[in-house]
Design a binder for this molecule. Structure first.
Ligand SMILES: *Cc1c(COP(=O)(O)O)cnc(C)c1O
Length: 423
């Protein structure tokens, strides 16, 4: 019995499934989950004291690597003066200023404590602004776990085979209309009745594995939104600062009406944000009629971490480093798997996915063709070789500027060995 097993057994007595977020239970890949005690650079240390090369990176926030000294210092310093005011503090303006100066089209922003809150609030705002109730989301895109958005969501929801979730009344999803990713026609047929308030999507999807939106698709959505009077919402909780120096919006040259952020902008502390057009954002309370609030929204510790994480990211041109590292990993893997029809690999900036199928998927249905059992075996093989992958084929992998070519060589040689042994 390992220490992790021990903690897992104890946790299961008091916490449903022993975890506070389902994917951590390793349900899709089998075996018992590991428990961890330390995160530094590109490595996690388990409670047993074993180091694992990490490609989860807290699901995205740790773009500088785990526990970068400057962020640690900023959080420590802030902790000396206040954890929380329940009132406003200057740090909220500082992060808002940094983000609005950096991101084209982000005229105003409001902070929340998670990506889930950001997308939930953005949808409410879009409805309040347009006066329409319906909205469109795409199969395989995950926007957090609020009721109306928990329809054909990727990630953990797909992993567990729940199309939706128990406990979500039909009425709550009656205004959610789902379309097919990278398929404009599936969108336009829904828009025609003019009842749609917004289209929300991950412009680069990361919750069905890494599946980038095709350029024509993203440009087409912008046009359709303008034509039918719907707002375009880019959920960049995962992809901002990972697929581009700034946003996916910049990558495609498309300006959404609203953005959602999280992950990187909190530097590992619980932060989300939504923002965009000023005329839309001014509909929010206390200025406008759309209510939205949070006890810990704009929390000073989280703001301090987010500001420093983003400052260092921009100052040190971390994007260039992570993008180069991503390309280097891609070169190594493509060389290894050239000519194979059982596996394919894709990378964009500091995100990547190895799919156990012949060709890269363009939508959720095509991701469904992967050999999920084989992914489970690969996950376990990596774990034995001290590499932690996201425990589902539906999750993207993340790297940071703390990863090295030596780390990638270890990953690639592990993959090579696996492909030899697992015929
Ligand atoms: C992670 C994620 C969310 C949800 O964020 P939480 O902080 O987990 O609530 C929403 N949208 C996307 C695209 C995400 O990747």
């Amino acid at each position: 019995m390992s220490l992790s097993n021990d903690f897992y057994s104890k946790a299961k007595e008091l916490i449903p499934g022993g975890v506070d977020s389902p994917v951590r239970a390793f349900g899709a890949v089998g075996g018992d989950p590991l428990f961890f005690q330390k995160a530094q650079g590109a490595y996690l240390t388990s409670v047993e004291g074993e180091d694992y090369l990490d490609f989860v990176m807290s699901w995205g926030p740790a773009v500088l690597g785990h526990a970068p000294q400057e962020v640690v210092d900023a959080v420590k310093k802030q902790a000396e003066s206040a954890f929380s005011f329940g009132m406003s503090c200057p740090l909220e303006y500082d992060l808002a200023k940094l983000m609005t100066d950096t991101i084209d089209g982000l005229e105003m922003v409001r902070f929340v404590s998670s990506g889930t809150e950001a997308t939930m609030s953005a949808i409410r705002l879009a409805r309040g602004f347009t006066g329409k109730d319906q909205f469109i989301k795409f199969e395989g895109c995950y926007h957090g776990h609020s009721d109306g958005l928990l329809v054909k969501a990727g990630s953990g929801v797909s992993t567990f085979g729940t199309a939706s979730s128990a406990g979500v009344p039909e009425g709550y999803t009656a205004t959610t209309r789902t379309a097919i990713y990278n398929d404009l026609e599936s969108v336009e047929s829904i828009l025609r009745d003019g009842e749609t308030s917004a289209i929300i999507l991950e412009p680069v999807a990361g919750n069905m594995g890494l599946v980038p939106g095709e350029k024509d698709f993203i440009l087409g959505l912008r046009k359709l939104c303008d034509q039918y009077g719907a707002l375009l919402i880019f959920d960049e909780v995962m992809c901002a600062f990972r697929v581009h120096e700034k946003t996916a919006a910049e990558l495609y040259g498309v300006k959404p009406d609203l953005f959602c952020f999280g992950k990187v902008i909190g530097g590992g502390l619980p932060v989300g944000a939504f923002g965009g057009r000023k005329d839309v954002m001014e509909k929010l309370a206390p200025l406008g009629p759309v209510y939205q609030a949070g006890t810990l929204s704009g929390n000073p510790l989280a703001m301090a971490a987010g500001i420093k994480n983003l400052e260092v990211f921009l100052r040190d041109k971390v994007w260039e480093k992570t993008n180069d590292l991503g390309k280097s990993l891609n070169d190594k893997v493509q060389k290894l798997i050239a000519g194979r029809s059982d596996v394919c690999f894709t990378q964009l900036g500091s995100m990547f996915t190895l799919f156990f199928k012949e060709t890269l998927p363009k939508n959720m249905d095509e991701v469904g063709d992967c050999d999920f059992d084989r992914f489970g075996r690969f996950f376990q093989f990596c774990l034995k070789n001290k590499i932690l992958l996201p425990p589902s084929q539906y999750e993207a992998n993340f790297l940071s500027c703390a990863h090295t070519d030596k780390d990638f060589d270890h990953y690639v040689s592990t993959l090579e060995q696996f492909l030899k042994e697992d015929q």
